[in-house]
Write a protein of this length. Structure first.
Length: 250
């Protein structure tokens, strides 16, 4: 079978996956009639990062058969305003955003919980389990592993670009517009449970004596029974939240 060629241009942040495509069209050779989605992923870009496709100037779906001579433009979630009328390929975000962070993103998971976001993190999960749980519980997969984002059953996911935890949280907050959704200090950073206020006298035997002398308000995680109070570490946590969300977060 004779080889055909199509030209792909990856816009915006999608060039992060194909550095050679930054500002440059890529010539892609293929045989038969693969789906546009298959070609995009073969070039290194996961389908969950793609929000709009134009083929020869017309909006396209993932399953359009690729043909020789096609000129394909692939756009991320933050496509320019003139793209508003194009076919959007990614589902809208749910009202209550929930995440599943992979084995490499433990600190990011804890910080997202600190901001109040439901975030699962279990280093023992296989890729198949991650995808299954994400679909069943409508969670966004956050990962440093690009391959898992190419799994055909995955509905929502994001490749975290940075390796620095402080940059990672700002990156995710901006990507999913989380600042106005956050509820800082409402969730257990250790196990993800929702915190509840608890009367001091009920937990008095678990409070350090010196702390009990001056602090009257406490919250507890009903899942792991960790006890929290606003202590000497408060300024560090406040700074972390403000750094992620902005000063108006608290």
């Amino acid at each position: 079978m004779r080889e055909s060629f199509a030209t792909f241009t990856f816009a915006g942040t999608l060039a992060d996956f194909v550095p050679s495509a930054r500002g440059n069209p890529i010539r892609y050779g293929f045989r038969g009639s693969p789906a546009v989605k298959d070609a995009i992923e073969a070039l290194g870009v996961p389908h969950v990062e793609v929000n709009a496709i134009l083929v020869n100037g017309k909006a396209s779906t993932f399953d359009r058969p690729l043909q020789g001579g096609d000129q394909v433009w692939v756009h991320p979630h933050d496509a320019p305003p003139e793209c508003a009328s194009w076919l959007h390929l990614q589902p809208s975000l749910p009202e209550a955003i929930a995440f599943l962070a992979d084995v490499h993103l433990g600190r990011l998971a804890r910080t997202l919980r600190l901001l109040g976001f439901d975030t699962l993190h279990d280093g023992s999960l296989t890729d198949a389990a991650v995808v299954r749980i994400a679909r069943a519980e409508d969670r966004i997969v956050l990962t440093r592993d690009r391959q898992i984002l190419k799994h055909g059953n995955l509905l929502r996911g994001y490749w975290v670009r940075s390796t620095d935890p402080h940059t990672q949280i700002r990156e995710v907050v901006l990507r999913f517009d989380l600042a106005h959704r956050a509820r800082p200090f409402s969730r257990c950073s250790a196990c993800n449970g929702l915190l509840r206020h608890v009367a001091k006298e009920i937990v008095l035997d678990r409070i350090p004596p010196r702390t009990a002398l001056w602090r009257d308000e406490y919250v507890e995680c009903p899942s792991c029974l960790r006890l929290y109070w606003w202590g000497s570490h408060a300024e560090r946590l406040r700074h972390l939240v403000e750094s992620a969300l902005g000063p108006r977060a608290l």
